[in-house]
Ligand binder design. Structure first.
Ligand code: BDP
Length: 330
């Protein structure tokens, strides 16, 4: 057999070319991003602006792409997929985050924040950093916090003015046991269900109602089925723009800085768009014939939900002080 001798320098060249190729491919990260909302929703716009800016500023080393309408799975699945690096980034609500990162359960306590500004003060400060650390220890790097307004109850049956009006209604909630407790406190029956299944359940009568903010009530078309929107405003829940820890760790320091900076900008954009979109959606559903009512005695709702706090604090030692700190940031 004839042996061909290859000069040593050829090996060196081949080795360095393949090293280079490996380095380049390790750097070119095609990020897949999960998004539950449709085109045009404030969060979608912010995620898209983030993706474009990151691709541009990293010269294509990181190319994020957003998949809308939860096509990559429902929210609880997507949280797991992002934690294990199957997905690279996402916008998550802290409601369904609770079962995975228990520290975030505190946000699912009704009437915790008095208004959006209060929520911003908490999330943009030192307390917010503590939550970011908790998420990071579970594999999610928080770039910034998004708004999701205040959630109110809507249904197909009647306006909710007092807690008695909730009695017996089947209300869809997000995936977190605290919401089951919350609805039970009002005498309603909570049904945890994936967001994407709610529309049909409302139209077929499997559900009487659900609870959400105006932009989601509108963009999910739930308003077509549920004609009564009652401003209970019982939950103000922050959302994160999160990156999978493994995707984050694979970035150079320079790229991490770009991604973080664009994450912050995405949140500024989302918050600005949120204000406009909430008003537009309110008007749109009103024009479509939805009856919107103020709830004069919110205290009545709050009083019934208050025992949730005692139980929560008893089950989660240390949270009493945290709740006090959050309230003090009012
Ligand atoms: C929307 C949130 C989204 C939730 C959805 C829901 O932005 O993250 O999944 O409500 O109710 O307002 O499931």
């Amino acid at each position: 057999m004839k042996t061909v001798s290859i000069p040593r320098h050829v090996f060196t060249v081949i080795a360095s070319v393949s090293l280079l190729a490996a380095a380049v491919s390790a750097q070119a990260a095609n990020w897949r991003g999960w998004n539950i909302h449709p085109d045009g929703y404030p969060n979608t716009e912010a995620l898209e602006a983030f993706s474009e800016a990151v691709a541009e500023r990293t010269d294509g080393r990181v190319t994020p792409r957003v998949y809308n309408n939860a096509v990559l799975g429902d929210q609880s699945d997507a949280i797991e997929q992002t934690r294990n690096g199957a997905l690279d980034f996402a916008n998550f609500n802290m409601g369904p985050m609770g079962p995975i990162v228990p520290e975030t359960d505190v946000f699912s306590l009704p009437f915790l924040f008095t208004d959006i500004d209060h929520m911003h003060r908490v999330m943009d400060g030192e307390i917010g950093e503590r939550f970011a650390d908790a998420l990071e220890s579970k594999g999610l790097v928080v770039l910034s916090w998004f708004d999701s307004g205040a959630r109110s109850i809507y249904n197909t049956q009647r306006p909710i003015r007092t807690p008695e009006d909730v009695r017996g209604l089947k209300i869809r909630v997000m995936n977190n046991d605290l919401y089951v407790q919350m609805m039970a406190a009002l005498g309603g029956n909570a049904t945890p269900m994936a967001y994407g299944e709610v529309y049909q359940s409302l139209t077929t009568g499997v559900l009487d109602g659900a609870e959400n903010n105006f932009p989601s009530f509108e963009s999910s078309n739930h308003y077509e089925a549920a004609g009564y929107f009652s401003l209970t405003e019982h939950l103000i829940i922050p959302e994160c723009l999160c990156v999978a820890k493994s995707s984050w760790d694979a970035l150079s320091e320079e790229d991490q800085e770009i991604v973080r900076d664009e994450g912050m900008k995405a949140s500024e954009l989302q918050r600005a768009l949120w204000v406009e979109s909430s008003e537009e959606s309110r008007q749109l559903v009103l024009d479509a014939g939805v009856e919107i009512n103020e709830v004069d005695d919110k205290q009545a709702f709050q009083t019934l939900m208050e025992p949730m706090y005692e139980e929560f604090i008893a089950n989660n030692p240390g949270t009493g002080e945290l709740i006090e700190e959050i309230r003090a940031a009012q």
